[in-house]
Design a protein around this ligand. Structure first.
Ligand code: F6P
Length: 319
């Protein structure tokens, strides 16, 4: 393999730049030509592809977002879209592609691999919802952004003796909510993986009030439902002064944490190693702090698992 490409796709995640840097530098280290594909699969179909040099990825390891930009492409899901993409790659002679993104992006990598075009997936999403890896790039940074926001909300919640419902991202996964809830000592954590026991949430709030608690924090994963509605239900059931904060896209930005930079560097470099070893249709991941790789097709068919022991612990600690 003499020429490889790299793209970022789907929702961006802090640390994607560190992963791009690792791919580019590792490829050049092995005397491989490396090409950046701009705007995800959309840019791939349009031939928005540029050769990258060592300097192309200088001064980006600390930056959030992605210098390659990102997009969600409907056209690429079609047979014609995928053919267009392969034509563009063939035009330049790119022989393998590294896709940094979430499960939607991996579906694209899977399709290209099935068409005989070798792809390797690198899990980059704040949601931490990809099976086969303990962590995805961006999760730790988003988690710390949430913690920082909740710490601030806690100040004003205490001053006004209010209950707060804080809605966090995660799409269909509750990892961000669960980890943030445990890290922030939330009274209740509502996640899609565990059916909500609304009575228990209300009882806990009332018990806290009786004990003289000055504020309460409830973390709601967006996959469970709408924060405003949950806030209204809580207000009606408890008569407590309740406010709702939807953290939104602030969770996707910011400089990546040390953990995310290290994870991204390790996974990006491993993806290049796999391509050079002649592997295709694999996803790199980290499990028990060891780099692993899995068949991308098999792994996508597995359900995402949440750590229910952590959920139990958060309940035990917030009695
Ligand atoms: O997958 C990352 C993510 O931020 C999810 O947590 C969220 O549901 C979604 O993307 C938001 O997507 P968009 O930026 O397209 O609104």
């Amino acid at each position: 393999m003499k020429k490889i490409g790299v793209l970022t796709s789907g929702g961006d995640a802090p640390g994607m730049n560190a992963a791009v840097r690792a791919v580019v530098r590792k490829a050049i280290y092995h005397n491989i030509e490396i090409y950046g594909v701009y705007n995800g699969y959309q840019g791939l179909m349009e031939g928005n592809i540029k050769r990258m040099e060592l300097g192309s990825v200088g001064d980006i390891i600390q930056r959030g977002g992605t210098i390659l930009y990102s997009a969600r492409s409907e056209e690429f899901k079609t047979e014609e879209g995928q053919q267009k993409a392969i034509e563009q790659l063939n035009k330049i002679g790119i022989e393998g592609l590294i896709v940094i993104g979430g499960d939607g992006s991996f579906m694209g990598a899977k399709k290209l691999t099935e068409k005989g075009y070798p792809c390797i997936g690198v899990p980059g999403t704040i949601d931490n919802d990809i099976p086969g890896t303990d962590f995805t790039i961006g999760f730790d940074t988003a988690l710390n952004t949430i913690i920082d926001a909740i710490d601030k909300i806690r100040d004003t919640a205490t001053s006004h003796e209010r209950t707060y419902v804080i809605e966090v991202m995660g799409r269909h996964a509750g990892d961000l909510a669960l980890w943030a809830g445990l890290a922030d000592g939330a009274e209740s954590i509502l996640i899609p993986e565990k059916a909500e026991d609304f009575e228990q949430v209300v009882e806990k709030l009332k018990r806290g009030q009786e004990r003289g608690k000055k504020h309460s924090i409830i973390i709601l994963a967006e996959g469970v439902g709408n924060g405003t509605e949950v806030g209204q239900r809580i207000k009606e059931a408890t008569q407590m002064e309740t406010r709702v904060t939807i953290l939104g896209h602030i969770q996707r930005g910011g400089s990546p944490t040390g953990s995310d930079r290290v994870l991204a560097s390790r996974l990006g470099a491993k993806a290049v190693d796999l391509l050079l070893a002649g592997k295709a249709g694999r996803m790199v991941g980290i499990q028990n702090n060891k780099l692993v790789d899995h068949d991308i097709i098999e792994i996508l068919s597995k359900p995402h698992q949440i750590d229910m022991d952590m959920y139990k612990l958060s309940n035990e600690l917030s009695i």
